[in-house]
Structures are given as structure tokens and as C-alpha cells.
Design a protein around this ligand. Structure first.
Ligand SMILES: Nc1ncnc2c1ncn2[C@@H]1O[C@H](COP(=O)(O)OP(=O)(O)OP(=O)(O)O)[C@@H](O)[C@H]1O
Ligand SMILES: [Mg+2]
Length: 457
């Protein structure tokens, strides 16, 4: 039942409206003056207020401000005996839903319809918001694929954590899905219509990281030619994702700790204290315990950020997930490359399940991406997988070690090779993509996909 308040200093009109709206099935309260109305608006929550404009002790426009301040969701319909366009425009500008003349033979009918329509509109709007929210929430979690007991536990933890505002520390090897989980926590929580801002703390030298996070004022350092907001401000009321927090320098750790403790910060070169209102999610693939033992990570900061720790297990510890992840990526790349490969062959799936996945889900994703690109039949064959996965004895793959002493970023290395082939094929065929695709024995669609991926236009 909607809750109405009728405000008018003219008794007869008050009573008429009270009777009319009660008959319509609303819960109706009345106020006979501006002061009385203000007190009532502050004390209760009304769905809709019908208010006179001219009252002995004040006016309806001021009351409108008080109502919106108390509860911006409350609808307000203005009624008046003296119509001036100026008043009407002002009222509508300030958020009144309508403006009705008392001096009008259809007054009662008109106000009945206006009230009913406004309430219906507001109900639909609320319902829409709710559905939209449920939709993003569902999608957030459904984006994460996994059916192993460990992943089920993780889904449960995401649900629980989303409902709180606590700082979360996500740990896990590279490629396990830390950023995906951070986003799911954000989208599943109450701040989901506000920004999710992500920063890789390992990618910036110390001073740059500081100005990225806190912002700066013009003249704070050479190159600071404008005032700039930092990411803490950009993420205002939303979530900030501090990725690779283990890579942060010690002085920067001190600065971050201070901000987390005091819940306010200053831009570099600034004096204004800006309140911090963001949810913080941090992530690392470093062993922070070890870094603390080596005095490379501050213990006090660790306790600040790890209020709720979430660990994502490596893929090799949840091999049940490999098949559903592989099929998930098959669907994804079928869509992206406009292919229609039906399945992953049994033999190929067995190889995927036997492999240890040091690069975790990301490595699996990249493997399926390449397999989809190069597969010419309707199922992914084991031959499309890198030799190291195809259940062969490593000695059969051949040759001496190609891995340099300091190790190699295999993913990047393979991508570079891939790109060089695409470039060369394009050059050989004078930029004619269909011929270049033939040369590499891949479909035109796959070829076009790679051209786009490496921005080779
Ligand atoms: N459970 C999962 N379901 C679906 N996709 C996943 C899952 N886990 C990871 N991914 C995908 O794998 C890729 C790597 O995930 P993400 O970037 O979140 O990993 P990360 O832990 O942040 O890695 P890094 O430590 O290297 O930054 C992304 O494309 C992500 O969408
Ligand atoms: Mg990451």
C-alpha cells in the first residue's frame, strides 16, 4: 500500500483529498502547514506527497527541497490556486512530477490519475533497477566457470564477501583468474553500478604509482601541467583493484598504509584532504609471507589488506575444471572467430586434462584460441595442441633445450612467432588476406581474427 501525505492549509481541500485517496486504497496522512509537513517528512517515509504551493507559514517549493533532502525517491505533486508559469517551471525543475491547478472542474479526477500514474512509474523504475542488478550479479558469477569442489567453495566465498565492504586479498598463481574474481565481487556487491578501477602496482615506478593513485596538483612536479584526479577519486564509492600489490615499493607501502588507516588522502602537491570511500581488493601472485620474512612487504599493510583472504587454487589442483573451461573457451572463440567447431576430440581432451598448466586458466584459454584458429575440421584434434601437451614423451619432441638460462615468457614468445608469420604471409601476398590465409593453411575468418588481434591493418 502506497503511503501518501497531503499538505494544504485549506481544511476543506485537505479533507476532500484525504477521503478520495483513502477510497483509492492508499494510506493517507495530512499536514496543515509547512512546519507540520517538514516534521512529518523527516519522521516517516512517504511514497508521494501532494503539496500546496502557498501556505501561511511557508511555501511548497521549499517543502519540495526538504522532501528531496529527506528521501530523493519520494514523489511530489504540486497543487496551487494561483498559476504562474514561473512557479510551475521551478517546481518541475526541482523534481516535482507534476503541477496541477485547483481552479479546475476536473481537479479531483486529474490529481487521482496523476498520483496513480506517478506511483506506477516509480514502481516500474524500481523493479527495473532490481532486475538489472540481479542480471549483472548473475552474469558476474556465471562468467566464472568451474565445477570442482574448490571452485564451488570459491563461489560461495564470493557471495559472502560481496555482501561486505571489507578489504579482500586475492592470492593465486598467474592466470588463475584473480582479476575475474575481483570483478565478480564488485559486480555482485552493492557498489556494482559504480566504477571498478584496476591498477597494476607492479607496472609503475614509485613516484608515478603515487600520482596515479592519489592524483596531483598543477606544478607538483615537472610535467604536472594540470590538476589531475587519482584512481582513488576516479573509483569514488566503487571498487579499486590493486593488482600485484606484492610489487609495491616499501615507501609506497607506507603511503598506502597511512591512507588505509586514516581513510583520507591528499593529491601529490595538494593540501585538501580527500575522504577515501572505495572498496579495496588487492591481488598478488607473490608469496607475501616470504616477502614479509625478507622485509620486502610490510606486515602491518598485510594485515590491513588481507582482512578477507581468498585463495584461487592452480588449475592442476582442480583438473575437473579443465573440460568445462575448455568447452567454455571453445564457445567463446567460435563466437569471436565466427567458427562453428562442434567439440574437442576425446583424445585432445585427455591431453588437456593430463597437462599441468603452469600458466593456469590463461594458458588453457590461449591454447584453445590457437586450436580454434588452426582447426579445419569440425572438432579440435590433438594435433592442434602444442606438442608438449599431446601425451608424448618430451624426449620425442626433440632436441636440446631452447629455454634460456633466465627462463622465457613462453606465451609472449609464441605470440611473437605467431605475429611474425601473419606479417610475413601478408607481405608475401601483397596484403591480400585470403591468399595469406591460404598460405598459412587457415580459414580466412581465423586469419582476419589474427590481423585484428595484432592490429596489422
Ligand atoms: N574460472 C574461470 N572461468 C572462466 N574464465 C577464466 C576463469 N579463470 C580465469 N579465466 C580467464 O583467464 C584469463 C586470466 O584470468 P585473470 O586475468 O583474471 O588472471 P590473473 O590471476 O589476474 O592473472 P595474473 O596473475 O597473470 O594477472 C582471463 O581471460 C579470464 O577471463
Ligand atoms: Mg591479473
Amino acid at each position: 500500500m502506497s503511503n501518501l501525505l497531503i499538505v494544504d492549509d485549506e481544511r476543506s481541500l485537505r479533507e476532500v483529498l484525504q477521503i478520495v485517496f483513502k477510497k483509492e486504497g492508499y494510506k493517507v496522512s495530512v499536514a496543515s502547514s509547512y512546519q507540520e509537513a517538514v516534521a512529518q517528512v523527516k519522521a516517516a517515509v512517504y511514497d508521494l506527497v501532494v503539496s500546496d504551493i502557498k501556505m501561511n507559514d511557508g511555501n511548497g517549493i521549499d517543502l519540495l527541497k526538504d522532501i528531496k533532502a529527506a528521501n530523493p525517491e519520494t514523489l511530489v505533486v504540486m497543487i496551487t490556486a494561483y498559476a504562474t508559469t514561473e512557479n510551475a517551471i521551478q517546481a518541475l525543475k526541482m523534481g516535482a512530477v507534476d503541477y496541477i491547478l485547483k481552479d479546475n472542474e476536473n481537479f479531483v479526477e486529474e490529481i487521482k490519475i496523476t498520483v496513480a500514474k506517478s506511483l506506477e512509474f516509480s514502481r516500474l523504475r524500481q523493479e527495473h533497477r532490481l532486475l538489472k542488478r540481479q542480471f549483472t550479479q548473475q552474469n558476474a558469477i556465471h562468467n566464472i566457470v568451474g565445477s570442482s569442489p574448490k571452485m564451488k567453495e570459491l563461489f560461495q566465498a564470493i557471495e559472502t564477501v560481496s555482501a561486505t565492504q571489507s578489504t579482500v586479498l586475492i592470492t593465486g598463481e598467474s592466470g588463475t583468474g584473480k582479476e575475474l574474481v575481483a570483478k565478480a565481487i564488485h559486480l555482485n556487491g552493492s557498489r556494482n553500478d559504480l566504477p571498478f578501477v584496476s591498477i597494476n602496482c607492479g607496472a609503475f615506478p614509485e613516484t608515478l604509482l603515487e600520482s596515479e593513485l592519489f592524483g596531483y596538483m598543477k606544478g607538483a612536479f615537472t610535467g604536472a601541467t594540470i590538476n589531475k584526479k587519482g584512481l582513488f577519486e576516479v573509483a569514488d564509492r566503487g571498487t579499486i583493484f590493486l593488482d600485484e600489490i606484492g610489487e609495491m615499493s616499501l615507501p609506497m607501502q607506507v603511503k598506502l598504509l597511512r591512507v588505509l588507516q586514516e581513510k583520507k588522502f591528499r593529491r601529490v602537491g595538494g593540501t585538501e584532504e580527500i575522504p577515501l570511500d572505495v572498496r579495496i581488493i588487492a591481488a598478488t601472485n607473490n608469496d607475501l609471507q616470504k616477502l614479509m620474512a625478507e622485509s620486502k612487504f610490510r606486515e602491518d599493510l598485510y594485515y590491513r589488506v588481507s582482512v578477507i583472504p581468498l585463495e584461487i587454487p592452480p588449475l592442476r589442483e582442480r583438473k575437473e575444471d579443465i573440460a568445462c573451461l575448455a568447452n567454455h573457451f571453445l564457445r567463446k572463440f567460435n563466437l569471436q572467430m565466427e567458427r562453428s567447431i562442434l567439440r574437442i576430440s576425446e583424445e585432445a581432451m585427455r591431453s588437456l586434462e593430463q597437462y599441468d598448466w603452469p600458466g593456469n586458466v590463461r594458458e588453457l584459454e590461449n591454447t584453445i584460441e590457437r586450436a580454434v584458429a588452426f582447426e579445419t575440421t569440425e572438432e579440435i584434434k590433438v594435433e592442434r595442441l602444442p606438442p608438449k601437451m599431446s601425451c608424448l614423451n618430451p624426449s620425442e619432441i626433440g632436441g636440446s633445450s631452447k629455454i634460456p638460462k633466465n627462463g622465457i615468457d613462453l606465451e609472449k614468445h609464441i605470440e611473437e612467432i605467431e605475429k611474425s608469420y601473419i606479417v610475413e604471409a601478408l607481405q608475401k601476398c601483397g596484403g591480400v588476406q585470403t591468399r595469406a590465409a591460404e598460405l598459412l593453411k587457415m580459414s580466412f575468418r581465423s586469419f582476419r581474427y589474427f590481423v585484428k588481434k595484432y592490429d596489422l591493418r
